[in-house]
Write a protein that binds this ligand. Structure first.
Ligand code: COA
Ligand code: MG
Length: 298
């Protein structure tokens, strides 16, 4: 398997742990990450069979290069300890904790994982979906720099944000933008990835495509999804276009020329280009290379 520095997280498809057909189908879907859900999508009397179904599915394997994440129930529920035991038994790449309010919640999770002897490389993802999470975004995302907590990714929970704040979730998401962008800034400051919330109307492909473009413009790394038909348009929005990759290569090649060695800014096709643009381009190239490597492995 080719090792790439960057692992694309353009798409993360939720599936109820209780849905055997979805667990099976995920093995053949072209998705970057799979989120096996034990929380909102699983009814209380289905929690135990869903845990076992997820352990069985991950033990059987067949998920290739996809990043596998289990979403547990929240820390203040009666389910979380059994959920975390299931996580340790299933050995996914990461665990997604919902209803995070403070960095202390992630520290509580870290203690529980340590008590269960969870593997040191198990990553932690955190749902940003409560009013307190938004107000504490900077401190929560700063856990990305705390090796004990292992925070790797924030996931916006826009349905819960709408429920808890009573803010309307409408096309364009105008009233939510300040909160969503606050979380993007927090993620960057903490050095973690951030994935956008789900689009409920999965038959509305035009509305979905618009929201994907909006999320990519906002600087999100990818989007959480609820249905397989959302994967392709999501990848289109969150993958660098051929033009972006060509431009990134071009400006990096130009700065590499001896005559530009001592220049901080140059003119390319009538535009000012600084070294910071070349640096931004390196990330575009790295993501494009990682996506290409993934495609050849699939
Ligand atoms: N993951 C994997 N496969 C899925 C899927 C998902 N999230 N959603 C649908 N599919 C599969 C179905 O099993 C079906 O497969 P098949 O035709 O090969 O048997 C196919 O895609 C088409 O499904 P469709 O009939 O259009 O949808 P549905 O009525 O079966 O399911 C939902 C609709 C919304 C219930 C379902 O998409 C779902 O459960 N989504 C995730 C919900 C979730 O996890 N929410 C929590 C986080 S917000
Ligand atoms: Mg929720």
């Amino acid at each position: 398997m080719t090792q790439t520095a960057l692992k694309p997280r353009r798409s993360a498809l939720y599936m109820p742990g209780s849905n055997a057909r979805a667990l099976e189908k995920a093995r053949s879907l072209d998705v970057d990450c799979v989120i096996f859900d034990l929380e909102d999508a699983v009814a209380p009397d289905q929690k135990a069979p869903a845990r076992q179904a997820i352990i069985d599915a991950l033990s059987a394997g067949g998920y290739g290069d996809r990043e596998l994440i289990i979403r547990t129930n929240g820390l203040d529920t009666p389910y979380v300890d059994d959920d975390l035991k299931a996580v340790v038994a299933a050995r996914p790449h990461g665990v997604l904790l919902p209803k995070v309010n403070t960095p202390g919640d992630l520290q509580r999770l870290a203690h529980k994982l340590a008590a269960l002897d969870a593997p040191r490389d198990l990553k932690v993802w955190a749902m940003m979906e409560t009013p307190l999470a938004i107000l504490n975004a900077q401190a929560i995302a700063a856990c990305g720099r705390d090796p004990e907590v292992r925070l790797s990714c924030l996931v916006l929970g826009t349905n819960d944000i709408a429920k808890e704040t009573r803010a309307a979730l409408k096309p364009g998401r105008a009233v939510m933008l300040p909160w969503l962008m606050t979380c993007v800034a927090a993620a960057r400051a903490g050095g973690v990835d951030i994935l956008d919330g789900v689009y409920n109307a999965f038959q509305d492909m035009d509305g979905f495509a618009e929201e994907c473009v909006q999320g990519a413009d906002m600087g999100m790394d990818g989007k959480t999804l609820i249905h397989p038909k959302q994967i392709e348009p999501c990848h289109k929005a969150f993958s660098p276009s051929e033009e972006e990759v060509a431009w990134a290569r071009k400006i990096n090649d130009l700065f590499a020329l001896p005559e530009n060695a001592d220049k901080g800014a140059i003119q390319v096709d009538g535009k000012m280009v600084e070294r910071l643009h070349a640096d931004m381009g390196l990330r575009v190239i790295a993501i494009a290379d990682a996506i290409a490597a993934r495609a050849t492995e699939a």
